[in-house]
Design a binder for this molecule. Sequence first.
Ligand SMILES: *[C@@H]1O[C@H](CO)[C@@H](O)[C@H](O)[C@H]1NC(C)=O
Ligand SMILES: *[C@@H]1O[C@H](CO)[C@@H](O)[C@H](O)[C@H]1NC(C)=O
Ligand SMILES: *[C@@H]1O[C@H](CO)[C@@H](O)[C@H](O)[C@H]1NC(C)=O
Ligand SMILES: *[C@@H]1O[C@H](CO)[C@@H](O)[C@H](O)[C@H]1NC(C)=O
Ligand SMILES: *[C@@H]1O[C@H](CO)[C@@H](O)[C@H](O)[C@H]1NC(C)=O
Length: 471
Amino acid sequence: MVGTVWLVALFGIFSAAYSANYKCQGVARYGLTFYGMWSNMTHPNAFPFPSGHFSPLVGASHESAYSLWMSGMKASQGVKNVAEMGDSTVLEQEIMQRITSTKTAWKQIKSGNMAINGTESVMNIEVEVTKDFPYVSLVTMLVPSPDWFTGIMKVSLCDASSGTWMDSWTIDDLQPWDAGTDNGTTFMAANNPTMPPGYISIITTTAPPTDFMNLSSSAIPTLGKMMLVRQNKPTMNQCSGMYYYTVKFEAKWSQATHPKGFPSSAHFSPLVIATHSYKYKMWSDMTRASPGVEEVAEIGAEGTLYNEVDKMKKSGFVSNVYKTGTISTPGGYTSTKIMVQNMYSMVSLITMIAPSPDWFVGVDSYDLCGTNGWKEKVTMDLLPWDAGTENGQTYKLNNMATDPVDVIMRITPNSNSDIGAHANVTFATVTFTREEMTTTQATTTASAPGLSAGLFAILSVSLLAIMGVLY
Ligand SMILES: *[C@@H]1O[C@H](CO)[C@@H](O)[C@H](O)[C@H]1NC(C)=O
Ligand SMILES: *[C@@H]1O[C@H](CO)[C@@H](O)[C@H](O)[C@H]1NC(C)=O
Ligand SMILES: *[C@@H]1O[C@H](CO)[C@@H](O)[C@H](O)[C@H]1NC(C)=O
Ligand SMILES: *[C@@H]1O[C@H](CO)[C@@H](O)[C@H](O)[C@H]1NC(C)=O
Ligand SMILES: *[C@@H]1O[C@H](CO)[C@@H](O)[C@H](O)[C@H]1NC(C)=O
């Protein structure tokens, strides 16, 4: 009986682990190549000879809430103009609105201003996705045509099962779509708006009536291929064993270093420090703050972040999390011993510049494993960041929330804030010093991949729980 209950419980834990859905961290850059494969050789009687071509590819990286286009949806004015005329002016405005105002898109993607002939390849089109905007959508008109286009919709470049960005992504089969805005049936048909507009639908050899019915094949051969290849793949150092480092944080911020508005109650909130693998990020440039990071940056409270990081231990992305007390400035400091091991060679930390709206200093995923093994000693100057969650220009708490929320960004010397002119002057330094290895520390060897380490941790916890029940 007890055994059955535990089997069921274990099964529950395993299925939860296997259906894991992780966000990819940070920013990933890809190079997009488009290969046109549309000619009267590949598509006899379904190619407007000799002038068939593609309009410049246009699209965006975006979040799930934004559908640039989708089967069964009505085309936006921008997509309509691309599909009918190959004109992306309005679509680019729509995307810009998404980027700057509703903040549901991240970057526009465009292959340039030149039309792409039916069999041409266009390379090195820049694509940037982030933790918050992992999806890519693109459109290009089949020219000439009434309102026919091809493209991709809501392709995620994040492998959610492992929480890592894909090295590459390919689509071999690009099919034609009808934007539902013009009911012409041949490539050369005169403009004939569909009133009221219909829905975006795929074109097949049987419906709706188009020149693609002239093909002798039962399926429409692909119109092209697209390939996305990651450009900023991190180089992975490999260090083995377990080491302790002392993290020394020294406050430098003072009336003398940052005169404008220096608050009488200046201090740094308790540090949260994590040791982790490359799959985890506590915070990073150009990505949205987690609720825990937001709380640290806005009010200097470390509890939510500490719990957030602690939970990530279960997924095997984080090894340990530490916190310290408040640090006075100038002259205050704190020293903490942290442990790194095998793949858990990175360290991140954060502390609030207090008081302030949402300003902080920290370290994002510094790798203590170098090309020549575990580093001995590193010192870093910490410069100010804005968490993107609260408005305000002066060293004061309690401002309006930034709505919609922004991403984390460096505070620059051009910033219209108290920090402004001195944004490039160090607020604090942090030093990581490797401790001598003791014999008991030297026993850890094999490096386990993230998920199995996580499962192992879960299993150990479960076994402990079983033992707790039985004994
Ligand atoms: C392509 O079009 C040209 C011009 O109409 C024609 O001469 C040629 O036979 C066509 N090729 C195929 C494979 O249909
Ligand atoms: C498809 O067939 C129709 C009817 O035979 C013809 O009018 C049209 O020109 C054909 N389209 C192409 C692209 O060959
Ligand atoms: C299309 O582009 C390819 C590659 O640039 C070129 O070889 C080909 O001649 C072009 N075809 C036409 C019809 O312009
Ligand atoms: C296209 O739509 C127009 C306006 O609704 C209509 O007059 C025309 O008959 C339609 N043509 C076809 C081929 O469906
Ligand atoms: C400030 O620092 C940033 C980032 O390190 C750098 O790009 C910039 O040139 C610096 N500006 C000044 C005025 O020193």
